[in-house]
Design a protein around this ligand. Structure first.
Ligand SMILES: [Zn+2]
Length: 261
């Protein structure tokens, strides 16, 4: 079965790498390996550029398809393998015909966007952990999450809307947790590379996203609520004083990096 090597799991700070075209789709390019993080776990996808022998192609989204479900407790819904598609900008689609399978390419992601998504994703874990600390049954009432560059949110199915006091308590708890500034561990179970988790002190969440190594750069978290329909409440966090840092990002120079698929 065809799989795409996930270089972002090998090293989440890779922003450029050499690859080859694996398959061409009507509106997307599939490579044998990629540094682009596909949409998943609420985190928006990377965007960027694929330079080829016949010119550059912009990609406006990255998505993962197929894969085999893992049968590991706590990781239901997580899949291993799969292929990753880079959705080509509408203005570049008509040039896809000039590409051929096995052509060498260089893929580069928008590193500023990745850094922002990584910070937002990290912040979202503190919002969620604080919400659950305040009201443990929110865990089973969670119906979705969305992690964007400038904010992150969770949606819940609740009988009573959140009160201003709830929001205040959740915001305080999130900021208290982050003030400890403990190391954030992003790793995978020994059983499988795709069984990934986020850990902060004794808070453990299965998660395949990209995260900061400490919460410091997030700065103070602002939490607010919004009603999004009958019995549906949204908690949002933003981080106006965040410090976006791309210094740790670097180029993958070799093709013989360990294969992660
Ligand atoms: Zn995460």
């Amino acid at each position: 079965m065809r799989t795409t090597d996930k270089l972002y799991y090998l090293d989440q700070y890779l922003y450029r790498a050499e690859a080859r075209i694996a398959t061409l789709h009507a509106e997307a390019i599939e490579l044998d390996r990629t540094v682009a993080f596909p949409e998943g776990g609420g985190q928006e996808a990377d965007i960027g550029t694929i330079e080829t022998p016949v010119g550059a192609f912009r990609f406006i989204w990255t998505k993962r398809l197929y894969g085999t479900p893992l049968s590991i407790e706590g990781f239901t819904g997580v899949k291993s393998g799969g292929v990753i598609l880079h959705l080509v900008h509408p203005d570049d689609i008509d040039r896809l015909g000039a590409l051929e399978v096995d052509m060498p390419v260089t893929i580069t992601i928008d590193v500023e966007r990745r850094a922002r998504l990584t910070l937002s994703h990290t912040a979202s874990h503190f919002l969620y952990a604080a919400a659950l600390a305040h009201q443990p049954d929110l865990k089973r009432l969670t119906i979705g999450c969305h992690i964007k560059e400038e904010a992150a949110r969770f949606d819940f199915l609740v009988e009573t809307p959140f009160h201003a006091d709830d929001v205040g308590a959740i915001q305080s708890e999130a900021n208290r947790l982050m003030a400890d500034n403990l190391p954030i561990i992003t790793d995978h179970l020994t059983e499988h590379y795709d069984a990934r988790f986020w850990q902060y002190g004794d808070i453990y969440i299965p998660c395949g996203g990209t995260h900061l190594e400490t919460p410091e750069a997030v700065g103070p978290l602002q939490v607010r609520r919004k009603n999004i329909g009958k019995s549906k409440e949204r908690l949002l966090c933003s981080f106006d004083q965040a410090h976006i840092n791309t210094d740790d990002y670097h180029v993958g120079t070799t093709r013989h990096l360990e294969v992660v698929s």
